[in-house]
Design a protein around this ligand. Sequence first.
Ligand SMILES: Cc1cc2nc3c(=O)[nH]c(=O)nc-3n(C[C@H](O)[C@H](O)[C@H](O)COP(=O)(O)OP(=O)(O)OC[C@H]3O[C@@H](n4cnc5c(N)ncnc54)[C@H](O)[C@@H]3O)c2cc1C
Length: 435
Amino acid sequence: MTRRDILKTSLATFLALNASSCASKRSTPINKQSINNKNPKIVIVGGGWSGLSVAKNIKKFVPHAEVTLVEKRDHFVSCPVSNPWLFDMVNLDFLTHSYIDAAKNHNYTYVQASASGLDTTNNILKTTQGDIEFDYLVFALGIEYDYNEWCKDDQELEKQLRLNYPAAFIPGSEHLSLKRKIQNFKSGNFVLTVPPGNYRCLPAPYERACLLAEHFKTNKLDAKVYLLDANNKITIKEEGFSTAMKELYSDYLVYISDAPILEFDLKNKIVKTDFDEIKFEDASFYPRVKSPKLLEDLGLTIKTPYNRVEANLDHYTNQFVGYKNIYGCGDIRPMGFSKSGNTAYTEGENVAKNIANTIYNKPSKWVSPITVCISIISQHPDREISLVSQYKYGKNGETNFNGTTTDEAWKTNTLGAQKAQFSWAQSMYDSMFYG
Ligand SMILES: Cc1cc2nc3c(=O)[nH]c(=O)nc-3n(C[C@H](O)[C@H](O)[C@H](O)COP(=O)(O)OP(=O)(O)OC[C@H]3O[C@@H](n4cnc5c(N)ncnc54)[C@H](O)[C@@H]3O)c2cc1C
């Protein structure tokens, strides 16, 4: 079996897809309001990797459109490159960008507000800053955490996990808390988890574990990372991560597959899996992910083979099923693409193109998003591994990788020397905010 075959096999878990939900469906228009294609009002909710891409590209494809980006935050902080930031490889400025710059440079309007409701009969988005009319609406809301599997109805447990052991897979306070935890950590076990399902950024938990193990090693701490993986093996770039764990970090990193946490004893700081009880000094527990509650409340979600709650999108057009002028993209999607920034950005470009074609009365053809994922294995010296892939749908509608290339030869490749992850990220920030 070649390295590429191994990689494909490990990814297959994430790519088997509910055929019925994937089949191309003609959306039934239920909006009563007519759509103005002469001076279309296009509203995008969510200024992350996908929403920023839609906003920029729709202005490129339909220059006369009135484009509004509704984003609840007042500035952008990147999740990509946040693992290196935890270990002081870049400063916060590198990750932080201004929505004002994005709107000014790409000639659209940025409204800082939270979307809170939707009137589909009159094409009105409800926000904390008032109602906004639209002809086309795009939801690009990213993820929320789904603690249900761990906590069931135990709200106190969920509160304790969120407060004391935040996952840090959504940018903001969680990342600041995790960085402080790492800086203050003196000795003992530090537990990290990999969730099941199609979670945000497949390689990020492994990258974070490697960098944390390197931090313990470099600072000669009597400490170990316990990486508890709910999956039966490393979900992506398996050869690169597994060889790094064995050859670089065997004294500092314990990787356990098939190890979903079944019980939390937070008082005694113990987690239990099927076979192990692990005592920990500190931890960051990454639960399953889901689409944001707003979409659930609006009745715009479905259950998929990956996650309990994902956006109910047509897999070919990105329109919400039943709506001709409401689209969704990015990590909310139900398709089996990797929930990652490059995928979200290129999918956003495709959605912008679809909307433009509709406005100009042209047909659209499905185009695959592109996943580019570069992970850092160590910083002394800088060693990196990468994967680039597109996708195709199988006969039964399942999602498969298409034309995947990987470079997991961290001992000999030049990705680290080129600082490939930072170069890629810089080019994406330039495109979303400045270019
Ligand atoms: C540690 C880490 C490392 C990663 N590394 C990489 C990497 O190297 N490469 C890569 O390609 N990807 C990486 N990713 C994944 C990447 O960050 C996500 O896949 C990407 O952010 C998804 O884009 P999105 O637009 O769907 O969601 P987001 O980027 O999360 O954007 C969603 C936006 O919607 C806003 N929003 C939500 N609800 C509302 C509302 N009601 N009203 C208004 N605004 C709202 C949010 O504030 C947010 O700004 C990484 C992620 C993490 C956590």
